[in-house]
Design a protein. Structure first.
Lengths: 666, 251
């Protein structure tokens, strides 16, 4: 075991980043032209990094497996992006955003990184406005904010329910401008298959051209990965179908450390599973919890009656309902952080109060909001004694203005009208806080290999607060990596461009080719999809919302068996040197199997409950119980040889500015 | 849950040079599935028979990434207005239905495989000028320039475009004017984007034509099929801006 150094610069936290920035060595403009940078991924972090580095004059090559950079899954983020602008004069500040994020992450994030994130947040809003991101605005023309889970100020900026889309389009457009200017060469439909190391430094990648299956070698002075999270290990998640861990996992197999893999986020408000054929889960934005009240029937008999269709939600009177979040957490109510809300919903359902046919759903009810908004709107119109119909009409109109597209999406999927009957929701895998271990410079333990956005582990600890993923992706891409990449590249100005004929490129390409051929040659009898679904079941059952030692040990055996079976019995149709989406799925699922195993091992070694990692053995008063004495560290796993056990390295976490407390939202 | 047996006539084409043909399959579905999940069932069956599954583009399955793209019974994204294929659920079909599934067809969208087409022309239209020319850093405070709520809202309406290409598939001329106009409007309506509006509309329209998209003849088919219900008003706005910028005077 090694003790890792996060390389957080010295100095008071509030000025650390500013001071450090001014000491990072610079690369002169003429030298930048001679330095090649590979950026893998075009979500918020990748597109922002590629565009910004291109603007600075680096010679950037950017890769995405999508047909266009604009399709990266950042596009699907709904609710918003946090920034400590304090435009609302409600007591927000950089320090408060920093504090909320460290606390929200259950004290498992690195203070220095989080403070920098909070500092960068304000510039992000300015940048995006300048790019033409159409944020929501007040009548006076200024930017509008809303509140989000886990905090008590309104600091979330949004563009209807499509904030991720608008921010990504801003970054995509900035990237497109650099492509047109020739500073960035874009490789669409190219998937990173491996990273190439020369003398221990990341000097390129092997990419697969998805149109014809050809393997390509691309060299650079450094490689920046912004390849997202690994939520699809669970098969069913709110991630897009293509989201995968392969790029990050291949880096791990080359020696990069995977940090905190067991920290996965379950989002409380998703549309419940409806059947075995289901391919993915749909998120209903957290912003809905601003106005929606979560409840289940107080009595199990009523819940049973609802499940069998004998009763409806609206048949239950107020005193027959249990608004369990408001009851258990009066201070935050329905706005408790995601991990807390998810577990509470699970408990309600496990105790027999679930409301859909499968018993795995709770209500999210807007009736109170419709009534409240209706009365207030009527008052605005001078009608101080409105009738019920008027209240409902005006209230529904206001709710539509706030959440219209989400309500519409819900109705499209379920066929139910949430203006008339409460939504049914259930937690689902949404985000992964774990990721490649990086230091303060966002550099992994492999020199020259950087990881940004959801791909790294650094800022969210054991639980991410709502509207913070977009903030982190853009902070990393626009405002951190353009500076910190200099720590590596300033020493490379005399390094000539790398030939792709070197033995390292040849050997890595061959290893990739062998791996692909091995999958093609299995010619078994079971589809990739089936294996993925089976893996997902194991992960969800034993390494999902609640975990225990016995289950995790069982999962470990099951995953290993499944992995062995996969390599003996998977069937991949078609040919490898061809457009072949099934083959893409196959090599991604192969990597998910290995990643899943590591997640379980991480969960087993972390004998505490914190954030998204809830170990049933470690609780107090039905709440998660952290163990700061023994577990205030980042676990960083090294696993290059699958035949040997992975090695656990640790980065101890020091908290100098935030006092470690039991996280309470009561 | 009601189950249904469907007959699919689905387009199979190996590549852009292949002529392609409809292939007929039967598939069992239920009303809760999305259209794409029904295709997953079809593909699962094909894989079990060791056949090549039908290639189709898809990713987020939430109606926002713009990847999914197919014509169902003659309509891009199917019969439901304001909906992408991934959000179209099988309860809108009934037992015994015959469903015809084709790729988005247009001169500028070459078929890659089956229902997958090449839409990189859209990227090149954006690269021609669909951005605001600001670098990272050094931008003014987000609240420095107030923007009228209604203008911001109109800009957002246009910015909602997901770049799927349904407008092109719907258009008898294979025109991408709705796509181009949506981006021009999104940016041009805002004070930040207005600065380089003339240059932008000229460059984007020029690239649009160069990619082989047809001219707009106001059939409004694009608006009818757009999953994000982008209005043709944007095309009128683009035309006005284009004409103005073509006259060569800013006075």
């Amino acid at each position: 075991m090694k003790i890792l150094d996060g390389k957080v610069p010295p100095g008071p936290i509030a000025t650390k980043w500013e001071q450090y920035k001014s000491t990072i060595p610079l690369v002169s403009p003429n030298n930048k032209l001679r330095l090649d940078v590979i950026v893998v991924g075009t979500g918020l972090a990748g597109a922002a990094a590629a565009a910004s580095l291109g603007e600075l004059g680096y010679n950037v090559k950017c890769f995405t497996f999508h047909d266009s950079p604009r399709r990266a899954h950042s596009i699907a983020a709904q609710g918003g992006i946090n920034a400590a602008k304090n435009y609302q004069n409600d007591g927000d500040s950089i320090h408060r955003l920093f504090y909320d994020t460290v606390k929200g992450g259950d004290y498992r994030a690195r203070e220095g990184n989080v403070h920098r994130l909070a500092e960068c947040s304000t510039s992000i809003i300015d940048q995006c406005v300048a790019q033409g991101v159409p944020f929501a605005r007040e009548y006076g023309g200024l930017l509008e904010n809303r509140s989000f889970g886990g905090v008590q100020v309104s600091r979330t900026f949004y563009a209807r329910g499509q904030t991720g889309q608008q921010l990504l389009l801003g970054a995509y457009q900035a990237l497109s401008r650099q492509i047109a200017l020739g500073t960035v060469t874009m490789y669409n439909r190219h998937e990173m298959m491996d990273v190439v190391l020369i003398d221990g430094k990341a000097r390129g990648i092997i990419a697969r051209n998805l149109l014809n299956g050809e393997l390509e070698r691309h060299s650079a002075h450094c490689v920046i990965m912004a390849t997202g999270g690994y939520g699809n290990v669970f098969y069913l998640s709110t991630n897009a179908m293509g989201c995968n861990v392969s790029a990050a996992w291949r880096a791990v197999r080359q020696g990069a450390y995977m940090a905190n893999p067991c920290f996965t986020q379950i989002h409380p408000t998703c549309i419940p599973v409806s059947g075995d054929y289901q391919s993915k889960l749909t998120l209903m934005s957290e912003s809905l919890r601003n106005d929606g009240r979560i409840w289940v029937p107080k009595s199990k008999e009523d819940a049973e009656a609802i499940r069998t269709g004998k009763k409806k939600a609206i048949d239950l009177t107020e005193d027959q309902r249990d608004y369990f979040l408001e009851r258990r957490y009066p201070a935050f109510g329905n706005l408790v952080p995601r991990d807390v809300a998810s577990r509470a919903a699970k408990v309600a359902c496990d105790e027999g109060h679930g409301v859909n046919a499968t018993g795995l759903a709770v209500y999210l009810d807007f009736e109170a909001a419709i009534q409240r908004y209706g009365k207030s709107e009527a008052g605005n119109q001078g009608n101080h004694n409105p009738d019920a119909a008027t209240i409902r009409k005006l209230g529904e109109a206001k709710v539509e203005e706030l959440y219209g597209n989400l309500f519409e999406m819900y109705e499209k999927i379920t066929g139910d009208d949430p203006y008339k009957t409460p939504m049914m929701i259930y937690p689902a895998i949404h985000y992964t806080m774990g990721g490649l271990w990086v230091d303060y410079n966002l550099e992994t333990n492999i020199p020259g290999l950087f990881a940004l956005g959801e791909c790294n582990f650094s800022d969210h600890g054991a639980n991410r607060l709502g509207a913070s993923a977009l903030m982190q992706g853009l902070a990393d891409g626009y405002f951190v990596i353009p500076y910190t990449v200099g720590t590596f590249l300033a020493n490379e100005i005399r390094t000539p461009r790398f030939s792709t004929d070197s033995p390292e490129f040849v050997a890595t390409e061959k290893a990739v080719d062998d791996r692909i051929k091995a999958l093609m040659n299995v010619q078994g009898n079971e589809s990739v999809e089936n294996f993925h679904r089976r893996l997902g079941h194991i992960m969800w059952d034993y390494c999902g919302m609640a975990r225990n030692e016995e289950g995790l040990k069982k999962a470990l055996v099951m995953i290993r068996e499944l992995r062995a079976e996969f390599h003996k019995n998977v069937f991949v149709p078609g040919s490898d040197r061809d457009f072949n989406p099934e083959l893409e799925k196959a090599y991604r699922v192969a990597d998910f199997m290995e990643m899943g195993e590591l997640m379980v091992m991480d969960a087993l070694t972390r004998n505490e409950s914190c954030g998204g990692h809830f170990r049933e053995e470690y609780t107090a008063d039905n709440e998660a119980k952290r163990n700061d004495e023994e577990y205030a560290y980042v676990s960083a796993w090294e696993w290059t040889d699958l035949n040997a056990a992975p090695t656990l390295h640790k980065e101890p976490l020091k908290f100098e500015y935030v006092e470690l407390k039991t996280r309470s939202y009561k | 849950m009601s189950n249904m047996k469907l007959t699919l006539h689905i387009w199979r084409q190996r590549n852009a040079n292949d002529t392609g043909t409809f292939e007929t399959h039967t598939v069992e579905a239920n009303e809760h599935m999305s259209f794409l999940e029904m295709l997953d069932v079809l593909n699962q069956g094909l894989i079990e028979q060791k056949k090549i599954p039908v290639a189709f583009e898809h990713d987020c399955r939430e109606g926002i990434c713009g990847a999914c793209s197919m014509v169902i019974n003659g309509r891009p994204h199917g019969l439901l207005g304001g909906t992408t294929v991934c959000q179209l659920h099988m309860r809108f079909f009934k037992d015994g239905d015959h469903i015809w599934v084709e790729p988005f067809r247009a001169k500028a969208f070459k078929v890659i495989r089956d229902l997958v087409v090449d839409r990189s022309s859209f990227d090149r239209i954006i690269q021609a000028g669909g951005y605001v020319s600001v670098n990272t850093g050094g931008t003014p405070d987000g609240n420095a320039i107030p923007i009228e709520k209604d203008i911001a809202s109109q800009s957002m309406d246009a910015a909602a475009c997901i770049g799927c290409g349904a407008c092109v598939a719907a258009c008898p001329n294979g025109s991408a004017m709705l796509f181009t106009a949506a981006k021009a409007s999104h940016l041009g309506l805002l004070p930040q984007g207005e600065v380089e509006n003339s240059r932008r509309v000229q460059a984007m329209v020029h690239q649009h034509d160069k990619e082989g998209f047809g001219r707009c003849s106001n059939t409004y088919a694009c608006e009818a099929e757009c999953p994000k219900e982008i209005s043709v008003t944007n095309i009128a706005r683009l035309n006005r801006w284009y004409l103005k910028s073509s006259l060569g005077s800013n006075v």
